[in-house]
Every structure is written in structure tokens, then in C-alpha cells.
Write a protein that binds this ligand. Structure first.
Ligand SMILES: [Zn+2]
Length: 153
């Protein structure tokens, strides 16, 4: 698989992550002396481990936050193929070491956290409601109160 631009690789992988229920994080990017991106790498947001200095602090007033990194090995990287000028996928690991989130949780993941207003036949619909198919009248009343221009009904 190749991409014309390295950003396209990130867009593709973020869409892949959204469908599969995980969030991605930029890991690194290498440029040559001319400033041309030679390679880029994205990882699962649960890649790596929290630094132990944050776990062992005794002067902490509040308790530590929940652990979010579990050493997930998932990676996606592209490298510039000089002959074609395109970015070639050179590393793809797809097996996580943690459960993936369901479709209703995906909009809350950092790499997918965007508020989308969809214009459908002159009415604004909330993408969140579309995705999760939430029809609770109480939820809709509370939600529409917070966003008065939202016309759900
Ligand atoms: Zn993962």
C-alpha cells in the first residue's frame, strides 16, 4: 500500500482505528536535510508505559490517574520510496494486547474526538446520536438544552 503524502497515511490509519475501536498517537517523524519527511510512525494510544517516577511519587496529594498505557505493540509506519516519491507502508502490527472499545465509545477517543454537525435535509443531526442511536427523550431534552440550535426532532 502506498500514499502520495505522508499525511494520507495518518488519515488512513486514523480511519482504520476508528472502525476498529482504538485511538492512535503520532510516534515519530524523520526528515532529511532538505526537510522532506523520510518516514512517519503512528502507534496505538496505549503504546508504552507510564514513567515510574509518576507511580512512585510520595508527595502526591491526589491519587494517581488510571493507567492508560499498557505496552500495546500496534504500529503503522510509512517510509518514502525515493524512486516513486510515494510513501510505502513498511510496518504494520495489528494485534492489540488490550480490549478494543465499542462503537459508542469511539467518539470519545482522543484521535477521533471531533464534534460533527451533519446537515441532513436542512436539519442538524448530531453525529454522536447517529452513531450510538440514542433515543432516550431525557437525554435528547438535556442535550438540546445545551445546544439550542440543535434541531433533533
Ligand atoms: Zn492497542
Amino acid at each position: 500500500m502506498t500514499f502520495d503524502m505522508h499525511e494520507d497515511g495518518g488519515t488512513f490509519y486514523n480511519a482504520y482505528a476508528k472502525v476498529n475501536g482504538f485511538s492512535i498517537r503520532n510516534y515519530n517523524m524523520h526528515k532529511d536535510n532538505a526537510g522532506i519527511v523520510k518516514s512517519r510512525k503512528w502507534v496505538c494510544s496505549k503504546e508504552g508505559y507510564r514513567d515510574t517516577k509518576y507511580l512512585e511519587r510520595e508527595d502526591q496529594i491526589r491519587g494517581p490517574q488510571a493507567l492508560t498505557r499498557v505496552g500495546c505493540p500496534v504500529v503503522f509506519s510509512v517510509t518514502l520510496e525515493r524512486s516513486s516519491g510515494k510513501y510505502l507502508v513498511n510496518n504494520f502490527v495489528s494485534v492489540h494486547n488490550h480490549p478494543l472499545i465499542g462503537p459508542c465509545g469511539v467518539p470519545f477517543l482522543r484521535s477521533h474526538r471531533k464534534v460533527l454537525g451533519l446537515k441532513i435535509e436542512g436539519r442538524t443531526r448530531c453525529a454522536f446520536l447517529e452513531i450510538c442511536r440514542i433515543e432516550s427523550p431525557l437525554f435528547l431534552r438535556n442535550f438540546s438544552h445545551q445546544l439550542p440550535d440543535l434541531n433533533i426532532f
